[in-house]
Ligand binder design. Sequence first.
Ligand code: AMP
Ligand code: MG
Length: 407
Amino acid sequence: MLSVTEARERILSHFQTTAEGNIPLIECANRVLAMDVTAAHDLPLFDNSSMDGFAIRAVDYSTAAASKVTLSVVADIPAGSVPTVTLAQGQAARIMTGAQLPEGADAVIPVEDTDFNDRSANTVAPQTVSFTRVVKVGENVRPRGMDLHAGEVVLQKGRRLKPQDLGLLAMLGVGRVQVHKKPRVALLSSGDELLEVDAPLTAGKIHDSNSYALAALIENAGADILRLGVAQDNRESVESLLQKAVNENADLIVSSAGVSVGAFDFVKEVIEANGKLDFWRVNMRPGKPLAFGEYRGRPFFGLPGNPVSAFVGFEIFVRPVLERLSGQLDGIRFTVKVRCAEEIESDGRESYLRAKIRIEDGIRIATLTGHQGSGNLLSLVQADALLIIPAGVKCVPVGQEVEAILL
Ligand code: AMP
Ligand code: MG
């Protein structure tokens, strides 16, 4: 039997990523950078004010006590304008947040700390401004290069772009970037018992739930989804859906059910006739049987049919593939340590158990969310985490710490 790590390594060795150039920033959310991004200029690019107020020469009265200072206002500097004055002793300039500091200024006193309180729109600057507090040199000034300098690498290749990354790229005037291709995943369910979610249930039938949960997981992993629907348990139906995946250029086919040793498992037969399929017994629970192969050159994953097994199989095997395909290098799935509130028995396979987490005195305490049958989707819905019980462990005593994947 393969260990989870061995199975994952074997699978991953079949995949590599492709880069695409010059993609507009607006299309890059959640995609992975294929280049290091170096800042072409400093940020901020010029000394500017972090407040609406008056730019002054604090250096001239930095030692003065809190006696009243009155300055003549010689300029008005809205954001986006270029100051043309140089402040001399005794002078100030009204300035707005983000506006460039005039020459000679070294601090900004906020408008609310002065005698000029009129902040309604379009008011003209006053002739003079007074204040009574000490202003420190540098106060409310964001100097050039305070955040970063030209030439610094600000985002690295392999990073999945977050909203704030897009903001930073725009700040630096980077309108197009090289990213990795977004994987395209074809998804199908299989089984004569499966009905669409809006079809009325009839005797012996159930709703197809895997294609909803798995579709959301695929999108959440940053891939495009091609929903193929449900294949019936016959050769023609399976073949026509798989062919659609090929025609529509899927990078990966993910199927659930139909690959066990059941008598009506046509998925297996069709794939074997048009590619190849390996059946792996992976030392894990849930989801021991895993099928991996290819259909007409397209990599194929056969996840188990039971909803919890399909979910766990996705998280453990398919998500890492999607990370690899999409070029992600920072794709470590963080685990946390949790303390078991109850004794947990295991059968020696690497087990992923559904648990609810509460925090007591700063410690995460885990309680299982009910019976761990692989069809019990409610127990996954109620769970905050999957506890990882390592291979070889038969019993975890109360109070012991284990690793957990937060859901
Ligand atoms: P199989 O792998 O075909 O033997 O299916 C294993 C179990 O998973 C059976 O109870 C199926 O009814 C169930 N199952 C298979 N596919 C789905 C699906 N798409 N949604 C919900 N349950 C499913
Ligand atoms: Mg079936």
